[in-house]
Design a binder for this molecule. Structure first.
Ligand SMILES: Cc1cc2nc3c(=O)[nH]c(=O)nc-3n(C[C@H](O)[C@H](O)[C@H](O)COP(=O)(O)O)c2cc1C
Length: 420
């Protein structure tokens, strides 16, 4: 279950509770699960545990001040909120809950919570009387009604010597619930096939033709699809990435190998997402030995590789197909042409190259325009994991409608139009 936390950006807020020391264990476990963690501490929290502890455990500087010119330039409250895939406040003090309820933004943690549009969870920890007080209970009701997730608190003995409800939940329990946040169930029971990364087309035993694709976008989509409940098979060209958890990863090298592997998987597929940057051409005759350098120019003859996405749509029209169009210019118009030519359901248009690094190949960020025959949605520049989840949300929304329409038109073809 905790594997859902892999590659997630978690902002952990720590407030002034006696249980603040337990947040150190939360950071450690988040890192073990593969999350990247940025800790935001309130001033009161620093009285209980030093920022140094969290800096060492998270491997990142700890964020303390809202009105700090330097920190704001580097990773201000807005950037932190944008960076996060989820915000967890553990422990959450009674005072912090009251501020959150009021929508205040006069300290860094409150401001980050207000600026974030990602899942926000609080794990309260306080004296049992403070917890049961009407003021706290009203704050909790208000927070719940705004969709803020509540983890705990637990019943039991307390640091103050009393017994009752108010103890911080155990770190493992908190993280298990946090991992749940990333499971949408939107693709439950569906089988998703993906291609990712570049292909390598050999010239001779030591040289090849390839491209700059890192595979990061495809791997992030594979993970997002698995988290949405799909059974995912990822056919990957050579990349320097670890296979995503809960995903069957099949490595290939050339475009022909990728094509054959895809074809073998088609009968087990409902949705095909082609993110791989497949080489359009391969060397017609691969030299059996290393080609020796001479003073004469060298000419390589190239043959066209199969169009994997186009072939899949032709061979298996019942599969919902998503393609990627990586372009350096005229990105959306070219994506629209590809959408029509290949007859697929969606093309994600992807700007690559250019001086202002808008994302694309090898970057950790990306922006996409999702083109379907009926619509065009732009996903603003964000970490690839976030873009991947948004893309999966769009696919999950449009897939059932597409299937229904396909079934209806198949029926009209078989039986003719029903009488009005
Ligand atoms: C020793 C000590 C322990 C405390 N433990 C808690 C606690 O567990 N929960 C809580 O809500 N407040 C606790 N407080 C009170 C908070 O630290 C205080 O309300 C503070 O303003 C919270 O600030 P913050 O929400 O900005 O972190 C404690 C105070 C002291 C002195």
């Amino acid at each position: 279950m905790l594997e859902r936390l892999a590659n997630k950006h978690i902002v952990l807020g720590v407030t002034g509770s006696i249980a603040a020391y337990k947040a150190a264990d939360i950071v450690r476990r988040l890192r073990e699960a593969g999350s990247e963690v940025r800790v935001v501490m309130t001033r009161a929290a620093t009285e209980f545990v030093t920022p140094m502890t969290f800096q060492a455990l998270s491997g990142n500087p700890v964020h303390l001040h809202l009105l700090d010119a330097q920190a704001e330039a580097a990773m201000g409250h807005i950037s932190l909120a944008r960076w996060a895939d989820a915000i967890l406040v553990a422990p959450a003090s009674a005072d912090f809950l009251a501020r959150l309820r009021q929508g205040r933004a006069d300290d860094l943690l409150s401001a980050v919570c207000l600026a974030g549009d990602v899942p926000l969870a609080v794990a309260p920890a306080m004296n049992q009387r403070m917890w049961s007080d009407r003021a706290t209970q009203e704050n909790i009701q208000g927070l719940k009604s705004r969709g803020i997730l509540l983890f705990g608190p637990e019943d039991g003995s307390q640091a103050c010597g009393e017994t009752g409800v108010g103890r911080l939940q155990e770190p493992l329990q908190i993280l298990t619930q946090l991992a749940e946040v990333f499971s949408s169930g939107a693709l439950d029971g569906l089988r998703v096939l993906l291609t990712a990364g570049p292909t390598r087309e050999p010239i001779d035993p030591v040289r090849y033709i390839s491209n700059h694709s890192s595979g990061k976008m495809g791997y992030a989509i594979a993970q997002a699809a698995a988290e949405a409940g799909a059974r995912v098979t990822l056919i990957s060209g050579p990349v320097a990435l670890s296979p995503p958890p809960s995903v069957l990863t099949l490595p290939v090298v050339t475009a022909l190998q990728m094509f054959e592997c895809v074809v073998q998987q088609l009968k087990h597929t409902d949705i095909f997402i082609a993110t791989a940057a497949v080489a359009d051409y391969r060397v017609t005759e691969v030299a059996p030995q290393k080609i020796k350098k001479t003073s004469a120019p060298l000419t390589l003859q190239l043959s066209l590789n199969p169009d994997i996405l186009g072939q899949v749509k032709q061979q298996a029209p019942h599969i919902y197909c998503v393609g990627f169009a990586a372009e350096t210019e005229q990105v959306v118009p070219r994506a629209r042409i590809k959408l029509q030519q290949k007859g697929v359901e969606m093309i994600a248009a992807n700007q690559v190259g250019g001086e202002n690094n808008l994302g694309g190949f090898s970057s950790d960020n990306n922006s996409l325009t999702l083109c379907t025959p009926e619509s065009e949605v732009t996903l603003a520049l964000a970490p690839k994991a976030k873009i991947a989840r948004e893309l999966i949300t769009h696919v999950a929304r449009s897939y059932p409608l597409w299937r229904q329409t396909r079934k209806a038109s198949a029926q009209i073809l078989r039986f003719g139009k029903p009488p009005l």
